[in-house]
Design a protein around this ligand. Structure first.
Ligand SMILES: Cc1cc2nc3c(=O)[nH]c(=O)nc-3n(C[C@H](O)[C@H](O)[C@H](O)COP(=O)(O)OP(=O)(O)OC[C@H]3O[C@@H](n4cnc5c(N)ncnc54)[C@H](O)[C@@H]3O)c2cc1C
Length: 373
């Protein structure tokens, strides 16, 4: 063995960075953190373009949490730009708030019809309720049925087919039915208590989380390439669990994204930070980056998201394709993982789940609690 370390963390994304930070600051133990990428921050990585606009390389990231513990923890390493996300969707050529709410209702339907449906929604379910369209269909009311069909067809179906590359028949009805109508005028995309964007960007926040003499970082380093030359007391692995076990139980499928970033010679490209395109084009959505930190420039930078299948070496693992079959395969890997001593799998790729940043941080806290004892 060439090198001996106390703690080896594979992956310098959010989960790897948080566990490294906790070990260094609270246990005061040394940590080596490696990443195959040429930058820190994993999927949260952002950078400042020459125009002064902060761009999220892997797609738009908005931080939100209901956990004061998580918010206070990150707030030690960043100031926040208070940002409440809002999303528009182009439906029948009209911009409407997403999720579909009372404002969307009045934008797409003529006033008499919108008024009639609004009254029925309020009478049947009350104000400030999120009602799955499956629930709407269960009522005996033909207008509410019509609304459910409309949302399904115009807002949900096209977007989901593009996102998952499926035909309508392949869609699980439970997913379809959970799409809500929000009986509210609340146009925030998220309702969590704490929402924001790190004021100097995510990458700067990560730099500060990792700023500790006990943390050593090695980029452009794959675990597979160094594992035979290094020994450790504990391993924290935030890469794909199936890759760690050399795919012995088979591959776990993912959807990926081809994110095309473009600069336009205009001050404002669109009317919201994110605009969804359920009906037109092959991309699902466009994000415009200057919104997130209210940055000013006479150009604007946007990203187009084209969903595609995951292919090793070509693109990133983004959305796990969860079904009974893949869950069974994952469980086999998880059993193997649990049998290993002093080895911890964490993060979205260790859990084969779509985790938002809040869930990712809580996962790292849970792992840390295990080793802290
Ligand atoms: C398009 C998109 C938009 C999102 N938007 C939001 C949002 O608005 N709000 C929100 O809360 N969350 C959002 N998320 C989720 C957020 O990105 C994740 O919660 C978070 O990045 C997960 O961190 P992680 O450390 O688990 O994974 P990652 O960030 O993927 O980090 C894993 C790291 O491990 C490295 N690695 C893997 N295998 C190896 C290996 N064998 N050797 C060396 N290094 C390895 C990888 O290079 C990577 O850097 C979004 C995700 C995507 C994809």
């Amino acid at each position: 063995m060439d090198k001996k370390v106390k703690n080896l963390v594979v992956g310098c994304g959010l989960s790897g960075t948080v566990i490294a930070n906790k070990i260094a600051t609270e246990l005061k133990e040394p940590v080596l953190i490696i990443d195959s990428k040429e930058h820190i921050a994993g999927t949260c990585y952002d950078y400042k373009d020459s125009s002064g606009i902060t761009v999220h390389k892997y797609g738009p990231h908005i931080f939100r949490t209901n956990s004061k513990e998580v918010w206070d923890y990150l707030s030690q390493y960043t100031d926040w730009y208070p940002f409440m996300h809002n999303v528009l969707g182009i439906v029948d050529g009209i911009e409407i708030p997403i999720p579909f709410n009372l404002i969307s209702l009045h934008k797409v339907f003529p006033k008499p019809l919108a008024d009639k449906i609004e009254i029925k929604l309020l009478q049947e379910f009350g104000y400030n309720k999120k009602v799955p369209i499956l629930e709407l269909k269960k009522t005996n009311d033909e207008d509410l049925h019509y609304l459910a069909e409309y949302i399904y067809e115009k807002v949900f179906l096209g977007y989901t087919l593009k996102q998952w590359g499926l035909s309508p028949e392949e869609l699980d009805p439970s997913v379809t039915g959970s799409v809500p109508v929000y009986i509210s005028k609340d146009c925030r995309y998220f309702q969590e208590k704490y929402q924001g964007i790190p004021r100097n960007g995510y990458t700067k926040m990560f730099e500060r989380l990792l700023e500790n003499p006990l943390i050593e970082i090695k980029l452009k380093t794959r675990y597979e390439d160094i594992k035979d030359t290094i020994s450790y007391e504990r391993l924290f692995y935030t890469g794909a669990i199936e890759e760690f076990f050399n795919y012995k139980h088979g591959k776990l499928p993912y959807r990926s994204l081809d994110i095309k970033i473009e600069k336009f010679a205009c001050e404002k490209f669109q009317n919201a930070p994110v605009v969804n395109y359920p009906e037109n084009y092959d991309f699902t959505r466009i994000a415009e980056y200057k919104y997130f930190l209210s940055e000013h420039s006479n150009v604007s930078i946007v990203s187009f998201e084209y969903p595609e299948g995951f292919e090793e070496g070509k693109n990133e693992r983004i959305y796990p394709i969860l079904n009974q079959e893949t869950q069974k395969i994952y469980n086999l890997y998880q059993q193997e993982a649990q049998a290993l001593q002093n080895t911890y799998f964490l993060g979205r790729l260790g859990a084969y789940r779509y985790y938002d940043m809040n869930r990712t941080i809580l996962g790292a806290f849970e792992t840390f609690a295990k080793i802290k004892g």
